[in-house]
Design a protein around this ligand. Sequence first.
Ligand code: DGT
Ligand code: CA
Ligand code: CA
Ligand code: ZN
Length: 590
Amino acid sequence: MTNIEIAKILSNISTILEIKGESKFRVIAYSRAAEVIANLTKDIEDVYKEGGIKALEEVPGVGVSIAEKIEELIKTGKMKYYKNLTKSFPEKMLILTQVPGIGPKTALVLYKKLHIDSIAKLQKAATSGKIHKLPHFKEQAEQNILRGIKQFGIRTKERNRMVLTAAGPIADEVLAYIKKFKEVKKCNAVGSLRRMKETIGDIDVVVATPNPKKMIEYFAKAPFVKNILSKGDTKISITHKKNVRIDLEILPEQDYGSLLQHFTGSKEHNVHLRTWAVEHKLSLSEYGIEDLSRKAGSARLARQASGGKKRHHFSDEKKFYEFLGMQYIEPELREDRGEIESALAHKLPRIIGYNDLQGDLHCHTKTSDGTNTIAELAQKAISKKYKYLGISDHTVGLGVASGLSDKEILKHKAEIQKANKKFRNLKLLAGAEINITASGKLDLSLATIKKLDYGIGSVHSAFNQDEAIMTRRIIAGIKSGIKILGHPSGRLIGQRQAYNVDWTEIFKACAKYKVALEINSFPERLDLKDTLIKDALAYGCKFCIDSDAHALEHMDLIKYGIATARRGWATKADVINSWELDKLQKWLKL
Ligand code: DGT
Ligand code: CA
Ligand code: CA
Ligand code: ZN
């Protein structure tokens, strides 16, 4: 069973327990375990095979009782507990709870009274106006449900795409297999994965080998192939066992540069580039660049052409862009958002690099809802060659996590300072992740915030406020002494829309009050997102790329945050945690 399938069952259990009105702790325990397993980079089956039930229990969020149930699922493909639950709450009806605005209780009524167990039936019932007549339903129930169904549709479309952490390991597995083929000169993942787009539709791979036929046969026999979609002399498309499409294209090494360029995309970037090229009498393809003026031109040009080669070959992608008189364009920038014009004018920014961060300012310890100690996080930071690490546990207002009061935060600060003495090459900073409450107040006093190195302000509740109220609320937070605005839009890819806010106002306030916008690296968040980062830069905003780690391994997700910053055109100067400690500390005091 795949991680996604197991996570789905755990998440269904959580929903059923909620419908049944069982304890909030159990409901949360199952949904947390589901979330962790869905995002695990390793197959949970492998975790079990290697370390048995003990290893399952070590997965964050998985306790003894859930571990036993996962074991049963892996061993038998079934789970008695789940089977019993679905007797009175069939799996089919649970889909209703995924429609925005329909909670577990509503779903149960719709199922019991109107036998609705699918989106189609829900749509029909809402259109026929049957729903508001049910007890406790409002007059506008149908309108709300139809709106919810529309949003559900958009989300489902998003869901059919993978987040980066789902696509990455599959691509790694495929590349590792390809590299075992002796005659492979080069291979790369291309397409949206190379561009580090936030979601990935399918995985594209290119290979340079003198022997494409043998490569195709070899690839068709790979253990991960579920079925073959199409097969040619130089390309093959398959479905991976994890139900992901993989497109493979092969060319000789001399054309590897143009091959990379062609299949990295985006389509929009390539279309723009090709249009520009045609205007300059050039034709671009995966086979290189053709000089059209020579082909159709005068007799003299034709003679020249027959003497020289009409088509230019590129084994190196950089040379491809150079030939066009452009700067090299990093894959993350290839979305047709002005990069072609900038590259032609030699004005592309030098975007931040994957090794440019000096520290991480957002991570949680056991003292709130993290799984590690200060010292463990510090060791991990040292292994990542960071110069500083900011510890930022939750404040008290957050219902679920065990947040800290003013007094507890100050006690925690003392612990951080104590730990700091143990590390010579790492500076620990004391922060806090403070809730911006529904009214825009912070749930930590200004006096306490001033005693810390910095505060992160985040929205963790009342997500559905109107645009004007939400904007006012966040700006109130920005003005109250925080230095970082945590996951500024609140979106969860495929699960929750961003809040309604006036970004212009937020960006202006952040620039004015010297509050950095966080770029949260969790693959479901990537918040602030790439396009908004580029917009914010125009207002002079600064950013902080954070892991928001709740466990050590989360600190390695930082590369996705960096990728997002790169896609947003951010440079080192724009990212406060790429600065030297001195400079950062001065800025935090502003
Ligand atoms: P995805 O898969 O939806 O996440 O996005 P991409 O960008 O990976 O798109 P995909 O897989 O359709 O194509 C990979 C790249 O190949 C694309 O960015 C541009 C390039 N490409 C080359 N020829 C074509 C073509 O005929 N159609 C499309 N759509 N793309 C092409
Ligand atoms: Ca693709
Ligand atoms: Ca593709
Ligand atoms: Zn956090």
